[in-house]
Design a protein around this ligand. Sequence first.
Ligand code: 8YV
Length: 311
Amino acid sequence: MKHGLIQTYPLQPRIEAELQKRFRVHRWYEISDKQAFLQEEGETVRAIVTGGHLGVSRDLADALPNLEIVAINGVGFDKVDLAQARERGFRVTNTPDVLTEDVADLAIGLSIAALRQLVPADHYVRSGQWQKAEMPLTSKVSRRRFGIYGLGRIGKSIASRLEAFNAEISYCSRRKHDVPYAYHATPVALAESCDVMIIAAAATPETRHVINKPVLEALGPGGILVNVARGSLVDEAALVEILSAGGLRGAALDVFENEPNVPETLLTMPNVTLAPHVGAATEETRAQMGKLVLANLDAHFAGTDLPTPVV
Ligand code: 8YV
């Protein structure tokens, strides 16, 4: 008999089809009476597939006594309680590397959109304003000062892309790296050194609200904040406050503290570019991520080494 598997959000059809070949799949997001489901089926569930943005709550994992593996379809594992996984003995896997290019590409795209005001430019044409006057000048991207907060796989991929723009690249990370970019030991020092600050670090208890009011003030009225990491790294209330006061030139955000909810004020600001957490949301990359999820599940239930274990 097939093991039970909870799928917490929709995946590509071909990935879902592969899961259904292997498991009795329960689409968590379609179950109306979740408590009844857990009472009736909870014991049969051996695996969960979830998104990096969704994770798995402690309560859900606790309601699954025979849970063996949580396969995250994403690189971030901040929304899975790793201590619980260790206590309970269930495995946790993620999908690093296969999504690095997409997230780095989006960071560059959001930076260009913010500096060259691409979203307002589109509206400028569609609204007929161009019939009346030229659009106001925007800002050069090439040779700009960029600061990257977090120089892991994604941060380094962003930096290598920025080299093609002849950018002045600095970074702040847990440690210095052997790279040709200026190192800053604190987020404030990084913010003071750049015009565009790109957040690419992992969400951890230590990085929660690491981009706070002092950092945003250091980035200053000429600065732009780009976030392709997690909303939790930014004190969103402080960001809204400083943007509203004109203390920051702009922002380009793919992630938010309380997704999919975005502060109303941000929705009205022309100098803020918004995206719905689409860093790795391409057909090609999600297919690669799904294959890695399947490979981890197959390895676990075959008793072989997991390709990309977290716990
Ligand atoms: C995922 C993410 O693509 O990788 C992560 O941690 O947040 C996204 O890039 C998203 O969670 C869908 O699985």
